[in-house]
Design a protein around this ligand. Structure first.
Ligand code: ADP
Ligand code: ADP
Length: 223
């Protein structure tokens, strides 16, 4: 899916804080984009707009030619089109890895057997096949993040939104997690958008967008 943002404005505290200051942005279908900027620059607010978790005060967020403001069921849009990888992975503690990954498939038109097969495919992709029967509290932070990634992607979303996906991880585990995200982005041709404050992570993307004080101050291709 592609995004077109037109003059997106988002303020807080009755206009005292401008989180996004009339952003204009085009994101190509199937691309891998990183959004970088210091704390408080508006990264999460931007990601929330892209994920239809929040709406602009003015301006438009257009996905594949459709203004999100005209969509009746944004929850439906989120569930079917977007894979969220956020820092609080919200795994359900009394479900196994496999059961957690199968949650998004609940209302999918697949047989039980097909659901298991699909879940296991993604659990394998994140390298956790041997842990499929474990509960989240038996896993390390990196492993939990990888379960969250498998769960975010099992529905084959057309957009993957990841907020600091490597934030809480050591460099090596972070690199593995990014490999998995990139592999799946390439396999299912999903648009991958990650927010990070880490330049080494940001440069892995095809394109980097730098924001500061709610404005795009730099926008470039990495290769
Ligand atoms: P980043 O993700 O880059 O750290 P944010 O998008 O979280 O930045 O925040 C951008 C600005 O908006 C900051 O000044 C922040 O304090 C403010 N802000 C974000 N969310 C809220 C909110 N719910 N209420 C009030 N101010 C907010
Ligand atoms: P539901 O009606 O199924 O609860 P929601 O619209 O609340 O649907 O959520 C749809 C998708 O958006 C889910 O994948 C959920 O994880 C994600 N989501 C909803 N709210 C948030 C949030 N605040 N932060 C991160 N992801 C969220």
């Amino acid at each position: 899916m592609e995004y077109r943002l037109i003059n997106v404005l988002k303020q807080y505290d009755d206009g005292a804080v401008t989180a996004l200051n009339r952003i204009n942005l085009y994101i190509e279908k199937g691309s891998f984009v990183s959004i970088i900027g210091p704390s408080g620059s508006g990264k999460s607010t931007l990601l929330n707009m892209l994920g239809a978790l929040d709406t602009p005060d003015s301006g438009q967020v257009i996905v594949n030619g459709v203004d999100l403001a005209s969509q009746k069921d944004l929850s439906d849009f989120r569930r079917h089109e977007i894979g969220f990888v956020f820092q609080l992975h919200n795994l359900i503690p009394n479900l196994t890895v496999q059961e957690n990954v199968e949650i998004p498939l609940m209302d999918a038109k697949l047989s039980q057997k097909e659901k298991h097969k699909r879940a296991l495919l993604f659990i394998e992709a994140v390298g956790l096949l041997d842990k499929k029967k474990q509960k989240p509290n038996k896993l390390s932070g990196g492993e939990r993040q990888r379960v969250a990634i498998a769960r975010a992607l099992v529905n084959l979303p057309s957009i993957i939104l990841a907020d600091e996906p490597t934030g809480a991880l050591d460099t090596r585990t972070g690199a593995k997690v990014l490999d998995v995200l990139r592999f799946v982005h390439e396999s299912i041709n999903a648009t991958l958008i990650i927010v990070t404050h880490d330049r080494d992570v940001a440069r892995l993307a095809d394109r980097t967008i730098e924001i500061r004080d709610g404005q795009i101050i730099n926008d470039y291709y990495n290769r």
